[in-house]
Design a protein around this ligand. Structure first.
Ligand SMILES: [Zn+2]
Ligand SMILES: [Zn+2]
Length: 240
């Protein structure tokens, strides 16, 4: 109650402006109602890999996940947006131009869209290697997760880490991404029966998130899901 009251005072004192059209923004959000609605939201997606699913088929998982010979290590994956304009530009600004306001916006949108209660799960922003952290100065996944911590989601920044410095996944073809990540993460001790929500910016092949999920499960984690800001979608040009 008091928290809500303080929040409403805060939003009145610090009005926001839409980062797309400069109209007055929604409370605590650099977006107006219209621009928010126009974002490339993903609504009906495969629960395992977050790829868009045609609503008409009635299938529960996408054909790729159905045909996969091995079950992905990640138990489920949710994505807010398709990775395209303006979300792709915002992600690049966040990663390479210190636009941390956009990370806060993404965190607020995750909170609004996905379950408001962690239900016992612990949030892990996908860790960066210490060398990349030193280069960038911040971990964008942690910046996205900060608004979740403010709302009471427990964050754990110590139970796992990136032990191997790897080439940026974006510089590699999809077929090499799994091998590039193998053995990249490690855990600090046992995680028996714990459940986790991984936070990351982009899901392309899922190699990073699946490798981290594999590492956590090897240490005893019971369930690992992922919440990501954007999902890369490869569309068939003939049907586009
Ligand atoms: Zn706007
Ligand atoms: Zn799928």
């Amino acid at each position: 109650m008091v928290y809500k009251w303080l929040e409403s005072i805060h939003s009145k004192l610090l009005p926001t402006t839409c980062r797309l059209c400069c109209a007055p923004g929604l409370p605590d959000m650099e977006l107006c109602r219209h621009c928010r609605a126009d974002l490339p939201w993903l609504t009906h997606t495969c629960p395992r890999c977050a790829v868009p699913m045609p609503a008409a088929t009635g299938a529960t998982i996408c054909p790729k996940c159905q045909n996969r010979s091995t079950h992905p290590t990640l138990d489920s994956c949710r994505a807010l947006f398709e990775y395209r304009n303006p979300v792709d530009d915002w992600i690049l600004a966040m990663k390479f131009h210190q636009d941390l306001a956009v990370a806060r916006l993404f965190g607020a949108l995750l909170l609004e869209t996905f379950p408001a209660d962690p239900d016992g799960a612990i949030v892990i922003p996908v860790p960066l290697h210490r060398k990349r952290l030193a280069e960038r100065g911040y971990n964008q996944a942690l910046e996205i997760a900060r608004p979740l911590r403010k709302r009471g989601f427990p964050l754990d920044l110590n139970c796992c880490y990136r032990r191997r410095y790897t080439i940026a996944q974006s510089a590699l073809p999809a077929t090499s991404r799994g091998a590039n990540l193998r053995g990249a993460f490690s855990t600090n001790g046992l995680l028996d029966g714990r459940r986790f929500i991984l936070i990351d910016d982009v899901f392309t092949t899922g190699a990073t998130l699946n490798e981290l999920a594999r590492t956590l499960k090897r240490s005893g984690a019971e369930r690992v899901e992922a919440w990501v800001v954007a999902r890369t979608v490869y569309r068939d040009r003939k049907t586009d």
